[in-house]
Design a protein around this ligand. Sequence first.
Ligand code: AMP
Ligand code: GLY
Length: 420
Amino acid sequence: MKVLVAGGGGREHAICWKLAQSPKVTELYCAPGNGGIAQVAKCVPITATDVDAMTAWAKENAVDFVMVAPDDPLALGMVDAMEAAGIRAFGPRKNAAVIEASKAFSKELMKKYHIPTARYETFTELSAAVSYIQAQGAPIVVKADGLALGKGVVVAQTVEEAVEAAREMMEDKKFGESGSKVVIEECMTGPEVTVLAFADGEHLAPMTSSQDHKRAYDGNQGPNTGGMGAISPSPNYTPEIADRCVREIFEPTMAALKAEGRPFKGVIYFGLMLTPDGPKVVEYNARFGDPECQVVLSLLDTDLLDILEACVDGTLDKLEIHWKEQAACCLVLASGGYPLSYKKGYPISGLEEAGRTAVVFHAGTAEQDGQIVTAGGRVLGVTALGGTLDEAIDNAYAAAKPISFTGMHFRTDIGRTTFF
Ligand code: AMP
Ligand code: GLY
């Protein structure tokens, strides 16, 4: 089969790496791809958000199957466009991708169907938002409604900080139109867990659990990032909690989306907080998390294309999915300055040596005159397995040792903080 993956980060590298292992995949393309993806797929220079160009290219090149990996093209309706062009495509349609594209939508859905989440209110007027913050007190959480690269959330410790965050989003338009509506919610406490699940519109198959590390610096300090590392499975996600999540959150969410006429096919991302009152939803995403994808797919022991096809065909319940009885750790090596401003174009050394004991997924790299150079904020995701979580973490750090580039920074405590 001729397969096209839309996207070009570490997540897409992991997806292409896994798909390339499928005997059914005869030709693999990735648009736009990156310097590492080019080692397992042919890269096509189309930006992931260019729905028209992507669809036209897939049609002209007789692509059999498209996997849309990032949030933006899903929110723009790339799956709908592929389907309209007669191409089988994996991912939620636009009307289901809205669970990520609008926090206000997903919060209303949870309220309507009694799915546990933080109490909240939605505002379009700054003055009303400020009065609400003052009445509720701190700590309190302020979120831009739309997509903001994982950076549109402020967990404010004081009323002043929360008011300032709301003002920046609503008045200064820090996140553009994403912030013209804000959700203000109760601050929850407890460890965070990500559970990704394959979904076919009706059924859902949770993957092995994982845990992201969103803050830029050690000890969960500094600004939020797209994710500085991940581990799988999460030590906090016990079988009892998993049962509870399936019953109280996962299945009710699938049923709610179906009841609303928005059946979800694709990967649904449950960002959970294990609070003293039980597991609650922090956020939904409509796609694989990044870097969670790197650890989870490293542990997958079933042909990924078989699973993606079952999701599209609505036959997920007939498929057995196997996971390695191991643990995985992905350590992100980032550009100096990320998530704020950073420079690109620095040569990267040590990749070959690191690749002997780990899989080095490329997040933001490019090839320049035969040399791999930095081309993004998150540059690489060094991903290693181990018999235990401790072993996987040690293996990832050991594998990353030989890698260097100007300004490289990473967290030294991935998987080691007791409270994530
Ligand atoms: P989100 O983009 O909604 O996942 O939020 C980013 C991060 O902000 C989450 O991973 C949490 O660490 C934190 N966060 C979001 N909402 C809440 C909340 N209601 N209470 C506490 N922390 C939160
Ligand atoms: N790692 C968090 C996300 O992909 O949204």
